[in-house]
Design a binder for this molecule. Sequence first.
Ligand code: PHE
Length: 341
Amino acid sequence: MIERIAALRAELDNITASDKNAVEELRIKYLGKKGLIPALMADFRNVPAESKKEVGRAVNELKEYAQSRISELKESFDSQDNEVSADLDLTRTATPTPCGTRHPLSLVRNEILEIFGSMGFTIAEGPEIEDDWHVFESLNFPPDHPARDMQDTFFIDRENADVLLRTHTSSVQTRTMEHSQPPIRIVCPGRVYRNEAISARAHCFFHQVEGLYIDKNVSFADLEQVLLGFARRMFGPDTRIRLRPSYFPFTEPSAEMDISCHICGGKGCALCKGTGWVEILGCGMVDPNVLRNCGIDPEVYSGYAFGMGVERIANLKYKVKDLRLFSENDVRFLNEFISAH
Ligand code: PHE
């Protein structure tokens, strides 16, 4: 036994390894479960009682020696790794990590929401897949009413005309009115869908922010002031607005709002087609039928609503001529908005 121990010790004196895997093989050979040293320990029970003390100590020393030799070898490779990394030039300039930018539509939407947020409007959101009641019927579009053609609708289910993609976020206004009582002061941002051929000026989806304010004694003059405040913050303090009579089934009276052209200041240019004005949104006083449909008493409350296309505002603000750029995600276009943060 003592000779076997001495022989193994001599072997261990001379072990070498070419890489980390070889060290691991050596560890298994000497110290692994079926290795030479555990085998030696298994034979320990055959050692005569009078030599057990001496042999036991020698076996333990051998085991410790093997462990230290193997960790020595292992460490020599670890320190080699460190030497490799010491070759790295830590003073070299780092490769820049490309930094994403906010999408221009998000920038504009956030700005719109921030302006109305500062006037006390809170954000309300709702589903993009809707039913007829929330998109049309509750908003005073009776079945077969020609006004439904104003917003060409995508129906999702061939058999069920009650499952559709919302054509405006007015559906979120209905949902909010259905489960809360005035005062209600919300802005509803979101994506909407209309079945239109894709071109520079139209797309089958776009984004809106609509607003709703319902309370006692809300007047058209309130609406006008809020919209004037918005236009000035969005397009500059000299911006003027004008309201032209229009028609929406859910508002009465209804209007479309123009702002003085911020490119030519109203003198007339290509953007405003020589008129000095550009249209930016639709608005009006909420029709009493809509309030009634949503469980709000029109004898007690009145309110206004407005709705705008985020793409339209972004076009005007950033002079983007082709709507399609907003959904193609060409990074050369998107990178132009890095400084707009
Ligand atoms: N919902 C209208 C649209 O999508 C916009 C609008 C909202 C008009 C509120 C008036 C009042 O065209």
